[in-house]
Write a protein that binds this ligand. Structure first.
Ligand code: FEO
Length: 391
């Protein structure tokens, strides 16, 4: 990827990382990701918006050379996570006159893990502006996108809103811009699911703010530049809304087949009632798929045998993931088989401490293989789920 012009005197100088297999050592990436950085040349000053993940520092330096940049005045740090800030120390060595322009929280975070000094920074706040000479940057404090330090930078004359991680996508199969091709949707949704989902309520306030600004382009720090901002804005409106599909998720594991029998029985009952069931194998978990489905499914059923006294370790990861992503599920259920005793309901309940607005349904736990009484309990569970879906 070489330098690309976004508009006159604004250039994309970031990197693509198409071979990166996982993000956060957690979520499989279909086509890697990108670390976007933008150079803005004003008549008097030059600013760089965000840097890149440190292994790509040399690439950004090559692109700046390609543009004959012999100095940078400001490096705007919209967010302190190291996929965007990690190259700050190297770039400051290369361009010693540059100052990092960011908010106090981002300074506190970056100075904590990068070799930076107090006087490397200029601190800005809400509504502050920086005049580069015919290119004016305005700063918008937007905390919790997905860290407390995040801010947006708006290039007023060109109408470009730089939104750090917000509106991102782990994508590399694009040139520079994206209009409305729906093939990006699963990638942007998976990204939202893992990174943004816990903050959906906060974003219900941020989305109207962006709409009111009416930018001509949205440039996130991952993925393409949206030349039609309504494409990604509409998706974010959908994902942050309380609207749900008539769909439930079962994530499960079975050791000798008894829990699987319960999953099959419940799936048939729910399907008969018109509810779509999406099953995830907890042992070979597709964490990206599960996280994405948590956005717009009505509920989640955990299916686990009791191992010693608690849940099978394979379901602990998806339960833990669900709890930290704080999806706006209407209910969580628990089914499974045990041999001689179980504390699984208590232990799973304790693992869902963040799900305060979600109904935790009574567990259906069968001693051994499911018998008639257990199937009756699953019938009742299916009926209860149907009632919730019908509201
Ligand atoms: Fe892409 Fe929160 O860093």
């Amino acid at each position: 990827m070489s330098v690309q012009e976004v508009v006159e005197n604004v250039y994309a100088v970031g990197s693509k990382d198409p071979r990166r297999p996982l993000f956060d050592q957690l979520m499989p990436l279909e086509e890697g990701t990108s670390y976007n950085s933008y150079l803005i040349k004003g008549k008097e000053k030059i600013a760089l918006i965000d840097t890149v993940y440190p292994p790509f520092e040399q690439e950004i330096e090559e692109r700046l050379r390609e543009l004959n940049i012999d100095h940078i005045d400001y490096i705007i740090a919209n967010h302190g996570e190291q996929d965007h800030s990690g190259a700050l120390p190297g770039l400051l060595r290369k361009y010693p006159m540059a100052k990092i322009v960011t908010n106090q929280k981002c300074k506190d975070i970056t100075i904590g893990f990068l070799p930076l000094k107090e006087d490397d920074y200029i601190i800005v706040g809400e509504g502050d502006t920086l005049d580069l000479g015919g290119k004016t940057l305005e700063f918008m404090m937007m905390p919790w996108v997905h860290w407390p330090d995040t801010m947006f930078t708006y290039l007023k004359e060109d109408g470009i809103l730089f939104t750090t991680d917000f509106f991102g996508a782990h994508a590399t199969n694009f040139d520079l811009f994206w209009d409305d091709d729906p093939s990006l949707v699963p990638l942007a949704k998976a990204y939202y699911a893992e990174i943004m989902q816990p903050f959906a309520r906060i974003f219900q306030k941020y989305i109207p703010r962006v709409e009111a600004l009416n930018p001509k382009m949205i440039a996130s720090s991952h993925g393409p530049i949206y030349r039609k901002p309504s494409f990604i804005l509409n998706l974010y409106k959908e994902w942050t809304s309380s609207d749900k599909k008539n769909q439930t998720i079962i994530v499960g594991v079975s050791m000798y087949g008894s829990t699987d029998q319960m999953v099959d029985y419940l799936t048939e009952r729910l399907t008969e009632k018109g509810i779509k069931v999406k099953y995830y194998d907890a042992v070979h978990l597709n964490a990206t798929g599960l996280a994405s489905d948590l956005i717009d499914s009505m509920g989640l059923i955990v299916a686990t045998p009791t191992v010693l006294t608690g849940p099978h370790p394979a379901v602990v990861m998806p339960i833990f993931l669900t709890n930290i992503l704080k999806p706006t599920l209407k209910y969580v259920g628990l089914i499974g088989s045990y041999s001689w005793g179980t504390l699984v309901e208590k232990q799973v309940g304790e693992m869902l401490s963040n799900m305060r607005d979600t109904t935790i349904l009574p567990a259906v736990l069968a001693k051994g293989t499911p018998k008639d009484a257990d199937k009756k309990a699953l019938d009742e569970l299916a009926e209860k789920i149907k009632e919730i879906h019908s509201v």
